[in-house]
Write a protein that binds this ligand. Structure first.
Ligand SMILES: Nc1ncnc2c1ncn2[C@@H]1O[C@H](COP(=O)(O)OP(=O)(O)OP(=O)(O)O)[C@@H](O)[C@H]1O
Length: 440
């Protein structure tokens, strides 16, 4: 049984599900009315656990009232219990786990005490920014993200160990294996977008080392976060079986019946592949988005070998010549080098953009001005749809309308319907003929 369990993955069914687990499930849903009581402030929820200067910083940047996931999870997180944070995209999971980090660490100690693992460099930059904002120079936050800085960081980390490290799996393992530092003093470990990292064949083995060899669940608080945890009951079971968490781990599942923001309007257009670029252009002219992300498929190895241009390049080149609006057309793609990726990521902040991106931008990216999502290529899975669509509708207290539009061929319609059934959202068809007047 144990041997089989050691090869189980998130989606695996390698052993029977035990009826009795110590873990707890907290589930809150929009359909279940909340008790009538005055909303607590973030300061009240965190009192006695999170240092005052951190709460002051949080208030200064506008985090005065907790979001639903923060309200539900902070009592668990601040009590030091292991937790699986499972809530909608854009619901504020980052602040929830960072407050737990600040409650767990001792800023007077010179050792690495908190580790936040992220799947991509871009998400790492974002989380580091929020952590530094809350720390306000009272402790060091180091980002160990894929790129050319690791040599220099190895000396820095030895000279002055940061209290908090935000890292991608590969960079962290590289540093630990080079003995730049050990993870023996870790008090709190957060894995953000946990389903994505477990689902990545490149990252999963290193993640298991971080969870079981470099650190031990018994000596740390462990937090897993994501908007999507497929087969979450099994995941909770795996956490306990594999000792990724302690046995009393709590699954905080907010709004399980509505995994995507309610103000999101979903629609699709059926058109041929040949028409797709022009349909996209017409939609951009019609919608006049504040900012938008246009998701394209990652180019396959076969298509690369055949010398074809990737979807991303085709779309960017087309929009740069044909789009007459004011938004800047930017590109973000796994195949770009780190400097080019960093430039796109920086440029996208703070101004109107049309970002053409592969799924690299679908996990954790927080660009609250994004009003429209376009799936130029159909996402591979319902989970990918959820994360792409979740790049909009991200201001937790705003009900501003936003939209997710998918361009599909007639043959792809049934796949989109499957996503709809799985994620329980409604979609409107925009008939091509009634809307567009272009001719090819
Ligand atoms: N208490 C709060 N008050 C106001 N805004 C908040 C609060 N907490 C978080 N936010 C804002 O909400 C937005 C979404 O937060 P965050 O990026 O943490 O979402 P998430 O749950 O991690 O989403 P995803 O699953 O897509 O990664 C951010 O712009 C953040 O600044």
């Amino acid at each position: 049984m144990v041997a089989a369990a050691s090869t189980a993955t998130l989606s695996g069914h390698l052993y029977p599900f035990p009826s009795a687990l110590n873990s707890t499930r907290l589930s809150t849903s929009a359909s279940r009315p909340r008790p009538l009581r005055a909303a607590a402030t973030l300061r009240e929820v965190c009192a006695g656990h999170v240092p005052d200067h951190v709460l002051q910083r949080a208030e200064d940047v506008g985090y005065a009232v907790p979001t639903e996931v923060q309200e539900d999870s902070l009592p668990v997180l601040l009590s030091g219990q292991d937790c699986i944070l499972h809530a909608q995209t854009g619901s504020g999971k980052t602040l929830a786990y960072l407050l737990a980090v600040f409650s767990a660490i001792d800023i007077g100690r010179s050792s690495v005490q908190a580790l936040v693992i992220v799947p991509t460099r871009e998400l790492g930059i974002q989380v580091t920014k929020v952590a530094r904002l809350l720390a306000a120079k009272t402790c060091n936050v180091m980002a160990l993200l894929d790129g050319g800085m690791l040599k220099r960081q190895k000396s820095w980390v030895k000279a002055e160990p940061p209290a908090i490290i935000v890292a991608t799996v590969a960079s962290l393992c590289q540093m630990v294996e080079k003995r730049a530092f050990s993870l023996g003093s870790i008090k709190i470990l957060v894995i953000d977008e946990v389903d994505f990292i477990f689902g990545s064949s490149k990252q999963v083995n290193s993640l298991r080392k971080i969870l079981n060899s470099y650190t031990a669940a018994s000596s740390r608080q462990t937090i897993f976060a994501s908007a999507s945890i497929p087969q979450h009951n099994r995941f909770v079971h795996d956490c306990v079986q594999h000792k990724w968490t302690k046995s009393d781990v709590v699954h905080v599942h907010v709004n399980p019946v509505q995994p995507m923001p309610s103000q999101l309007h979903h629609a699709y257009v059926i058109c041929s592949k040949k028409e797709r670029l022009h349909v996209l252009l017409s939609l951009l002219e019609r919608d006049a988005p504040k900012s938008a992300i246009i998701f394209v498929a990652q180019q396959s190895e076969k298509s690369k070998r055949a010398g074809n241009a990737p979807s991303s390049t085709l779309v960017v080149e087309f929009l740069r010549t044909e789009y007459k609006g004011t938004l800047e057309v930017l590109l973000l793609d796994e195949d770009m080098n780190f400097n080019a990726r960093a430039t796109s990521f920086t440029e996208v902040k703070g101004k109107g953009f049309l970002l053409v991106s592969t799924d690299i931008a679908s996990r954790g990216f927080d660009l609250p001005q994004t009003s429209h999502i376009y799936n130029f290529d159909l996402p591979k899975t319902a989970t990918d749809y959820l994360h792409r669509a979740g790049r909009t509708g991200r201001e937790p207290f705003s009900k501003a309308e936003c939209s997710a539009m998918t361009l599909i061929t007639q043959d792809e319609h049934f796949v989109l319907q499957q996503f709809q059934n799985e994620l329980k959202f409604h979609e409107q068809e925009l008939p091509l003929e009634s809307m567009f007047t272009f001719s090819l």
